[in-house]
Design a protein around this ligand. Sequence first.
Ligand SMILES: C[S@@+](CC[C@H](N)C(=O)[O-])C[C@H]1O[C@@H](n2cnc3c(N)ncnc32)[C@H](O)[C@@H]1O
Length: 451
Amino acid sequence: MVVRGEKGQLPRYEPVLDLPPLSPEQYEALRHHVALHGVLVPILVDGDGPVRRIIDGNHRRRVADELGYDCPEVVQAGMDEAEMRTLARSLNLARRQLSQEQRRQLVADQLVETPGRSNRWVAGRLGVHHATVASVRCLLESTGQIDQCPALLGADQRLQPARKPPRAVLRTPEERRARLEATTLLHGDCRDVLPTIPSASVDAIVTDPPYPEVRREYGRMTEADWLDLMKGVVAEARRILKPTGSMVVVLQPNYESVGRMRLWLWEFLLWAAREWNLVQDVYAWATDAMPLAGTGRSQGLTRQSVKTCVWLGPPGCYRDQDRVLKTPSSRTSARRRSDLAVREGRSRKGYKEGTLAGVAAERGGTTPFNRLPISNGRQPGGHGDHPSRTAYDLAAWWCRYLVPEGGVLLDPFAGSGVVLQAGLDEGAGQVIGIDKWAGYLDIARGRIVDE
Ligand SMILES: C[S@@+](CC[C@H](N)C(=O)[O-])C[C@H]1O[C@@H](n2cnc3c(N)ncnc32)[C@H](O)[C@@H]1O
């Protein structure tokens, strides 16, 4: 029932915000529904005067007018303009089927209006993930649409230093669309999702799974449960990979108590090597991990300086050494080939440069060092709200090495998508990520488009 103004006139309605229009199909569906049932959910207005601002329900109001129906109202008084706009955005984000771009636009509008508020504050008001806000903020800052604030006001009314903004990559809308089109994010337990992926359809799997006996917000597993999970994943991986495909599992050991390591990593490695094949033992060395850093007692991790990359696949699996080895210049190669002087190596054994170079050429190259010195420092930026992101440079190294140009990359424990992001950067034509936490996949989506 509409409450008339003092002189019996019908009130005038004005939207608080211009929101994305409904598609013709959506509008028709709403009209049909209202025609059948009337307006069941009251619209939200700022008062009962002659001019009423609609905070929520512009379309319901319009359809009711068209059909000559009553449109029930709820009054939410006492809000200022900015508060009404924030509430309008939040209600639309929660209820409407908005495209990713439309959702990001609403977040952008809010950031333009309240650039000094923290990402979490904005996220809380709008009901979106704070990583989404961080990614939109980054884009707005990099295009000069908002200023970079040195400090942001949080929900507790305290100023917090603003996080270092993510590495801003300016992409055209077409590039962003292409990256999203090349990405498939599947929400669910990978044990349920992997069986839906066709056999022999993937070129490489690079993954950083959860580790057992480690407390994370995504849960904690016993060693036995973990081995069970990974055995299932490896079996599926072998089915899904093309005959020349291989899989890398990045693992960080941990201990039961100081002086007593847990053995799950080596148990898995031995089992998988016997079942399938260990292509090479490879270790990622975080050159900047301080002694004891990362030894989170609360989590149960050992220091993160060395991780084992368990590389499984057929002995002749695809790898492109040219992309990871530094190639000597042709002059250096020629000099090496013709250098037949006997020299003494560090082990005091004699060797000839020419013989080594000849053998390398004959065998089709050398094996890269199996220790990858990779700094943790260059982490992806503002979408970094995953508790255990993978170092970007490590993911990129493996993708360069194992994913053919235009190939398909899979990460069954994709988290916030660092491996997928690196895969696309290194030329993968399609990347597929699975995670059982939908929130992480939201972060991944932002990362893939903006970082
Ligand atoms: C170490 S994190 C991956 C980090 C990721 N590479 C990144 O950079 O953000 C492991 C991920 O596995 C996910 N996970 C754990 N168990 C899973 C399961 N059974 N199926 C799918 N995802 C799972 C967790 O939610 C977590 O995001």
